[in-house]
Every structure is written in C-alpha cells, then in structure tokens.
Design a protein around this ligand. Structure first.
Ligand code: C5P
Length: 423
C-alpha cells in the first residue's frame, strides 16, 4: 500500500530511516516528505536511496503533477515520525506552508503521528492543546516514550521505538485495507488465495533444500488485493514473520506437499495466484537422524514434486482465474519470453507473469518487472517498478479476465452470451 512518511526536524529523524526500511520490507511503497528542517538532520539522498522515490520539501517543486495535492490524496496512510511540537502546531492550525503540511491537509486516509521533543515542549499547554485538537479530528497521535532525550535529560518526549511505530502503522494500514469493504473495490466480493515465499524440502532433521524467494511479491499481491476489496488468504511458505501483512488470513506452510494441501483446500476461490517459488524436486527419503560427513562425496536422490499450478489450472471452473509466475533466466535454448510462452501453454493458467531473475533482479527488496501472458502465451500486459506496482498491474489483468467472463445483462435481462446464441 502507499505510505507517506513525513519527517519533521528533530534529532530522532535518523530513526525514521529504520522505520522506512521496515515499511519497505513489508512490501509498502513509501514516499518520504521531510520538512526543510528535517533535511538538516538527515539529507535527501538517504531518503531517496532508501525509498526509491524523489524527495522534495516545497510545494513549488513537481508543480506539473500538482504534488502537494496528489501525494496526500493517493496515500493509504500518512505517518509523521518524528512529529515535532512545531509540526503538530502547524497541522493543528491547518497551515499548508510546506509539502508535508499541504499533504496532511489533503489526506483522507488515516494519519499517524509519533511525537518527539523535549519534555518541557511536550508538556507545554500549547502542545497539549494542539495534540488534543489533532486527536479530536481523528488523527492518531501516539504518546511519546519516556526515557533518555537528546541531551543529558530524560523524561516523556522520546520518539517511540521504530518497531512500535511500525506495528501501529500496520494496524492502521490493516484498517485501511479492510476499510475497502466487499463491493467497493474492483475485487469486492471476490475470494482470492495467493501463495508466497519458497517451499523447503527436508533432507534430515536439520537441513533442507530451499530457494531464495522472500515472499515479498506474493505479499504485495495480498496487500493490494485486500485494498481492492477481496477476501484474501495468503498461503505463506517460510516467509519472515515480520513481513506478514495485517488484514489478511495467513496460512503458514513449509513443504511443497503442505502448500499443495493448503491450496487445494481453498481451490474454490474466485482467484488463485501461485506466486510462491515451489521446489520442483524433493529428497526421495528424509533421514531420521542428521546425515554425518563421510569423508567421501554425498549423493542425494530426488523425486519430482507435483506441479500445483498445473493441477489447479486443470481443475479450475470456467469462472475462476488461476495465475502463475515464471521466474526465468534466458539460456542457449531460448530467451526469457520464449521460455515464458512455452510455460504458459504447458501450465494452462489463465495468466502467467514472467519475470527475469538472477543476481540483483527479482529476489528480495528490489524492483521487479513482469510480462503477463495468457494461456496461449500471448502478451496481455506488462507491469514494472516496485513489487506493489507489479501487484497492481497483475490484479488489473486479473480483473480484466474476471470482467470478460462476467455475464452482462442485456436489455431483455438475458446475459450477453445468451442473446448471441443462434436462433
Ligand atoms: O515451472 P516453474 O517452477 O517455473 O513454474 C512456476 C510457477 O509454477 C509458479 O507459479 C509456481 O508457484 C508454480 N509451481 C507449482 N508447483 C511446482 C512448481 C511450480 O505450482 N511444483
């Protein structure tokens, strides 16, 4: 989802770099909007590099896209950390004298502020009144932590720990996601199951064969689908718990066999998306005790795993949409797209998102780009940018397939398909 991270001018601004990382790792797109004073503490290059987005403080930059209105309007959450006494005073007064305060005035999404200032400032009647005003308008102003402040002093006024702010932000994002109730988003009333992560196949009690998938792409799809009104289940194969999003049901699995059971149990969903990296092979036997070094080589017999995606596609009802991913590296026998086309025809999924992977592409917190193919291997769309952008592009393609299959009422009340029947 889209988060605006507002940073006001206080020493604690450096802690927001960690907050930004946490938000990005959870699959959110983050636009950092510092105040001019904040840039005295942490410079724009840091925010730009960590967010992957441009950073401006003034309403006079980016005027061609009317940034001071657009950023707030498009956000799912505006989070200000640290929120200084000055920033809260300006927000309470409804001022719009920089990009952050203008963004706060145009945002219709939840707003969260994490204050940081000296104790005297926090307890001053002016700040107390401003916090009360902001809270009365529905802004979530956290209480500051009590502890060591910038100088030798300590007391209430310390920025809450980034992890604590992050948890609060996720809670509000969960509300925002489920705040797009069934029927309102373009996936409203639809059930969607998405797998994410990578399966692990045990070799012995301590070792497994696995892969490098972090689960971020599947999580971004789950978050975006929930925001668009779908009833989402995320089947997570070995995903870092810190990445699991709020607002969606999560089923955790380890092996390909577990994943198959979890997907088949939910195979009646309207949309099934296999974004997990599934092990093609598993050890033929799992040793009961830890395999010891023999001084010689070790050979492991592998047997092929079932192809879950192909099975789901084969058994899908005509009104369901099954989507697969194909992480490809081109080789002597064909390009990434050629391998993708062949796979689209072989797997039989309605849509297949093909992406090139390798060092520095596809895995982890890096930009992604996919070409979306239909069952015949024809290109239907392309999506690129952050994993959230890819999720949006892919779900647009899913919605297009769902819409093309939906019966359309004709003037006589018959469906469009029925009215075109001969005779
Ligand atoms: O054949 P390949 O592994 O490249 O296909 C990738 C797609 O197939 C992904 O959507 C993945 O989740 C799915 N898959 C599967 N079962 C397997 C292997 C891959 O569902 N055994």
């Amino acid at each position: 989802m889209r988060v605006v991270l507002g940073v006001a001018g206080g020493i604690a601004a450096y802690k927001s770099a960690l907050l930004l990382r946490l938000l990005r790792e959870a699959g959110h797109e983050v636009r950092v909007v510092p105040t001019a004073a904040a840039l005295q503490f942490v410079g724009a290059p840091t925010w730009e590099a960590l967010s992957g987005q441009p950073v401006t403080t003034s309403v006079f930059e980016g005027t061609d896209t009317v940034e001071h209105v657009r950023i707030g309007r498009e956000a799912d959450l505006v989070l200000v950390a640290p929120a200084t006494a000055d920033l809260m005073a300006r927000a309470a007064g409804g001022l719009a004298n920089d990009l952050l305060t203008a963004t706060l005035l145009t945002a219709t999404c939840p707003v969260l502020m994490a204050p940081a200032m000296h104790t005297e400032m926090w307890l001053h009647a002016a700040t107390v009144a401003n916090v009360e005003t902001l809270r009365s308008r529905g802004i979530h102003v956290m209480d500051p932590a009590d502890g060591r402040l910038t100088g030798a002093d300590s007391g209430p006024g310390r920025l809450p720990e980034p992890g604590v702010i992050f948890d609060e932000a996720l809670r509000l994002l969960g509300q925002a996601a489920s705040g797009s109730p069934a029927g309102q988003g373009d996936l409203g009333g639809r059930s969607l199951v998405v797998s994410a992560g990578g399966t692990r196949e045990p070799l012995d009690p301590v070792r497994f064969l696995g892969n490098r998938s972090s689960g971020r792409q599947g999580i971004a799809i789950a978050v975006e689908a929930a925001a668009r009104g779908a009833d989402v289940t995320l089947v997570a194969a070995n995903v870092d718990a810190a990445l699991l999003p709020p607002g969606v049901e999560v089923v955790e699995v380890e092996t390909t066999a577990d994943l198959q059971v979890a997907m088949r149990a939910r195979a009646d969903a309207d949309v099934l998306i296999m974004a997990a990296a599934v092990a093609d092979y598993r050890p033929a036997t799992v040793a009961e005790a830890k395999v010891k070094k023999s001084g010689d080589g070790l050979s492991i017999d592998l047997v092929e795993n079932p192809d879950i995606l192909a099975g789901l596609a084969r058994e899908a009802r005509a009104d369901q949409v099954v989507v697969g991913f194909a992480a490809e590296t081109g080789d002597a026998s064909g390009s990434v797209l050629e391998h993708g086309r062949a796979k689209a025809r072989r797997k039989g999924a309605a849509l297949l998102a093909v992406n090139a992977v390798g060092e520095g592409a596809g895995f982890g917190d890096v930009p992604n780009a996919v070409v979306i193919l239909d069952t015949q291997g024809e290109v239907v769309a392309e999506a690129g940018g952050s994993k959230a952008d890819v999720a949006r592009g892919l779900l647009d393609a899913v919605v297009a397939v769902l819409d093309s299959r939906a019966p359309v009422d004709g003037p006589s009340g018959l469906s469009a398909a029925a009215t075109t029947l001969p005779g």
